[in-house]
Design a protein around this ligand. Structure first.
Ligand code: SF4
Ligand code: SF4
Length: 314
């Protein structure tokens, strides 16, 4: 597994980043024993980089990784914009991970300079936590070209996690080519960059090989986060990252691994999920939430806002 320096952070990560949303309660809801096996397989293959978020509710799963290998790199995220909020969320991460630091702390879905400035109190708190050794590097995730461009201009931000895939599905304000240019500029500015949604959240599974070829060819990406839900998927993805031949048996073992978002029929039509889906993949019809599958990138953000627990990705 190729290892890369993550920008100027001094942190070295495997090019494959283990996207942990999939194993947690918002998606496949693996047991701790099952996820331990999947994580152990990834560690065995040289993966040292694990991506999570407060929203994913899966720190107990990632504790498995730390218990196996103390110096794994963990990146977490939250939506906080206040110092108090980010302090609470970091405290939760440290407590549930059983560690006295996290490697990366990102703020989710930053759209532009204005959004970043609107979160400045949280960013200042993160800078203090970094000085105190509780966080090694800070940054943002974004689905927007403008988010990457603007984040690159802030010296306080070390890392950017942009959405990138070959068709550009999920990029809210531009094309894949425009995102590539913004990523390149951010890379030149010394930012650590790790991409997300290389398969468009499952929407591009029919062109999986082309998607891997595209994203692995983007040299500005220090790492790429990809969700995994089984040991076979770990092995398959690692082979893709290593440019190794994939047997037919392994390829067919991961064929059935697609996911979809389901909305239960007890939806009360409150519209909260619609309001929080930045991809505009949800709408209300006859008092119920309805999904436009073509726009959905399976980020699971909407599920966190449904008080009725009707949204699941399975
Ligand atoms: S519908 Fe939900 S999972 Fe799909 S893009 Fe919108 S917020 Fe993300
Ligand atoms: S948040 Fe839940 S209850 Fe409200 S519209 Fe969406 S799915 Fe329905």
């Amino acid at each position: 597994m190729k290892m890369n320096a993550l920008g100027n952070t001094g942190i070295v990560v495997s090019r494959m980043c283990f996207g942990s949303l999939t194993i947690g309660p918002l998606q496949k809801n693996k047991t701790l024993a099952e996820s331990r096996e999947i994580i152990a397989a990834a560690l065995d293959q040289g993966v040292n980089f694990f991506d999570t978020a407060d929203l994913y509710n899966n720190y107990d799963h990632l504790k498995n990784a730390i218990n196996i290998k103390r110096d794994v790199i963990i990146s977490t995220k939250s939506y906080d914009y206040t110092a108090d909020g980010v302090k609470k969320r970091l405290h939760r991460a440290l407590t549930e991970l059983g560690r006295d630091y996290v490697d990366l702390y990102l703020l989710h879905e930053q759209e532009s300079r204005k959004t970043i400035e609107g979160h400045w109190e949280a960013i200042e708190a993160l800078i203090r936590m970094k000085d105190a050794g509780k966080v090694r590097a800070i940054g943002i995730s974004t689905h927007r070209v403008e988010g990457v461009r603007d984040a690159a201009t802030f010296s306080e931000l070390d890392v950017i996690m942009p959405l990138i895939n070959r068709t550009g599905i999920g990029i809210q304000d531009g094309t894949a080519e425009e995102m590539e240019i913004a990523i390149h500029e951010a890379k030149l500015a010394g930012k650590g960059i790790y991409g997300m949604k290389p398969l468009g959240g499952g929407n591009l599974l029919s062109q999986k090989q082309a998607c891997f070829d595209y994203v692995l060819g983007l040299e500005d990406l220090d790492a790429i986060a990809i969700g995994v839900q089984s040991v076979d998927e770990v092995l398959y993805n690692v082979k893709q990252f290593n440019g190794e031949k994939i047997s037919e048996a392994l390829a067919s073992a991961v064929l059935d691994a697609s996911k979809s978002l389901q909305i239960s029929d007890w939806c009360v039509g409150c519209g909260e999920c619609v309001r929080h889906c930045k991809q505009k993949a949800l709408f209300l019809k006859k008092g119920k939430a309805v999904l436009n599958k073509e726009k959905c990138v399976l980020c699971c953000y909407c599920g966190a806002y449904c008080k009725e627990f009707c949204i699941k990705v399975i």
